[in-house]
Design a protein around this ligand. Structure first.
Ligand SMILES: O=C(O)c1ccccc1N[C@@H]1O[C@H](COP(=O)(O)O)[C@@H](O)[C@H]1O
Length: 208
């Protein structure tokens, strides 16, 4: 079985097309204004018109207000919400949509307890903990900190790229991988060749 792939931080129609063409299972749009990959609601609505059938769309938020999420959902038909901050379980589930809860992993964090707290999440997305930055840092983390028996689908993120994703899949065996900086030419501008290379590396790494 091939590991699923989400390509995150798209902000141009041609990048959406490149991700879909290369076979990405999901694309992510960043609704976090401080990010260089952030998109406005209008921009996101335009990008979503370029997403073909059977490619899931994910909206990424970092500690948004309820009103902010609802404003986005009113104009953007997102399939899944990704909460990348300190949102509570009740906040995450209050929109009635499947959601991913992102966790920034560092030693001492009890990931099994975290997963239990967000038991109704569609997946737990593990990213690197970097002081002062909520995500999208291009940093990886110590994969040995991931328990083998996480009770939620595991989405591995953090510093993945075409050169290390096969090793990551072999070692962690995640449900899906999530990449942003590793397939970029510059922040917010994806590189179709790197997207292709990433997808090829995933496609040729089968897990039983
Ligand atoms: O992409 C961003 O700018 C971002 C900002 C705030 C929170 C999360 C963000 N991106 C997510 O971070 C991980 C890892 O990214 P990378 O591959 O290491 O660059 C990924 O889930 C992005 O979706």
């Amino acid at each position: 079985m091939r590991t699923r792939v989400k390509i995150c931080g798209l902000s141009r129609p041609e990048d959406v097309a490149a991700a879909a063409q290369a076979g990405a299972d999901a694309i992510g749009l960043v609704f976090y204004p401080p990010s260089p990959r952030g998109v406005s609601i209008a921009q996101a609505a335009g990008l979503l018109r370029h997403v073909p059938a059977f490619v899931s769309t994910v909206g990424l938020f970092v500690d948004p207000t309820e009103a902010e999420v609802r404003q986005v959902l009113a104009q953007c038909p997102l399939d899944v919400l990704q909460f990348h901050g300190d949102e509570s379980p009740s906040f995450c589930r209050s929109f009635g949509r499947p959601y991913l809860k992102a966790v920034r992993v560092k030693p001492g964090l009890d990931l099994l307890q975290y997963a239990e707290n967000y038991a109704d999440a569609a997946g737990l997305l593990l990213d690197a903990w970097v002081a002062g930055v909520p995500g999208g840092t291009g940093q990886s983390f110590d994969w040995s900190l991931i328990p083998a028996d996480l009770p939620l689908p595991l989405i591995l993120a953090g510093g993945l790229d075409p050169d290390n994703v096969a090793e990551a899949i072999g070692r962690v065996k995640p449900w899906a991988v999530d990449v942003s900086g590793g397939v970029e030419r510059e922040k917010g501008v994806k590189d179709p060749a790197r997207i292709e290379a990433f997808m090829r590396a995933v496609a040729t790494t089968y897990v039983g």
